[in-house]
Design a protein around this ligand. Structure first.
Ligand code: FAD
Length: 317
């Protein structure tokens, strides 16, 4: 069975859920092999959980400087692993960083690239969301080793404890110093809340929230549900909430178990980032708002009346 390479998203100590989903997706095409890029010792720490989720082999691309660079160490590592393993495909998470890695890797390998895949079959045909969510298409790479960016939330993680023996750890010699150094560091922005693209619950606010103070109602419901906070572009552009929380075509794509939209009309560009959510709840005072048509549970009403009641009900459980 050919290998299928999976780029591991992690924080140095824990593997992100999106990687467990990728490992499940990879099994449809072959034997999953994980590629860990991090500081020395990272792959050894993550090996067990990767093995339990189906990684037959773990490649370790480690350097003391690995975290000081954005995409290039991951692209270098994947390129080396591709040369070593001749895999059937390379899978990465379709996050902003993952898409950059996927694009650069496909260019280096002169290979076909599929972005925003939400399903994969055993012959390598992917179901993709394209044109800002207007179409769902089935596509297959016809040139080179397919590089596929899979939307977080599209696959269920699988555990295979019976296969978690002594996994091979294969070192990959990366040289981050050959890349441009990044001196600015990203601040931790999520606080105690889960990362937006990883969260199983997302509560988003739109222009209807009315301002920075109004977003407290959104945050309180998100916290009661143990979820992440998102925002529409109109809310972001108006300065109600920071840009890194924007959901949609020009923001982040999310696919949680539960998406709650408060004061969001449901423009196509917003739907592009959340319409694959498993259950959608929308609160809007306009009965004609398009989001109410898409929603599994549509509440016509004032979000400032409905959301606090929801928060109270959830907190009481
Ligand atoms: P509005 O459309 O103004 O809707 C506000 C809603 O709140 C209304 O439906 C109103 O009835 C409701 N409301 C008001 N008060 C209350 C209340 N008290 N209680 C309940 N409901 C209330 N948008 C994105 O979100 N993400 C993107 O990534 C994105 N990318 C874009 C890219 C391009 C190229 C373009 C052209 C646009 C993009 N947009 C994006 C913008 C998009 O077209 C919409 O303008 C935007 O999504 C609207 O945001 P909204 O629903 O919060 O605001």
């Amino acid at each position: 069975m050919p290998d299928v390479l999976v780029l591991v998203d992690h924080d140095g100590e824990h593997v992100h859920k999106s990687t467990h989903e990728l490992l499940a997706a990879a099994r449809r095409l072959g034997a999953p092999a994980a590629v860990v890029v991090g500081t020395p010792g990272t792959a050894a720490r993550l090996k067990e959980t990767l093995a339990r989720h189906g990684a037959a082999c773990v490649y370790a691309a480690e350097s003391t400087e690995a975290n000081e660079f954005l995409a290039t160490p991951a692209v270098d590592a994947l390129e080396l692993a591709v040369r070593e393993a001749a895999p059937a495909a390379v899978l990465v998470s379709a996050t902003a960083d993952g898409k950059e890695v996927a694009g650069r890797l496909a260019a280096r390998l002169d290979a076909g690239l599929l972005i925003d895949a939400v399903d994969l079959d055993s012959s390598g045909v992917a179901t993709q969301i394209v044109f800002g969510g207007s179409y769902t298409v089935r596509s297959q790479v016809t040139h080179g080793i397919p590089v596929i960016a899979v939307r977080p939330g599209s696959f269920e993680p699988e555990e295979h404890p019976e296969e978690a023996g002594e996994q091979e750890l294969v070192p990959l010699p990366i040289d981050p110093a050959a890349s441009a150094r990044i001196t600015a560091r990203r601040a931790a922005l999520t606080g105690d809340r889960p990362e937006l693209t990883e969260a199983t619950v997302v509560v988003s606010g739109g222009r209807g929230v009315g301002g920075v103070d109004g977003f407290r109602v959104v945050e309180e419901l998100a916290d009661a549900l143990g979820g992440a906070v998102g925002a529409s572009r109109a809310a972001v552009d108006a300065g109600y909430y920071p840009h890194q929380y924007q959901v949609g075509q020009t923001g982040k794509s999310v696919s949680p178990q539960l998406y709650v939209a408060l004061g969001i009309s449901g423009a196509i560009q917003h739907l592009a980032g959340m319409q694959t959510s498993k259950t959608i709840v929308a609160v809007n005072k306009d009965p004609e708002a398009p989001i109410l048509e898409l929603a599994d549970y549509a509440v016509e009403g004032d979000l400032f009346a409905v959301a606090p009641q929801l928060t109270q009900e959830v907190a009481a459980r």
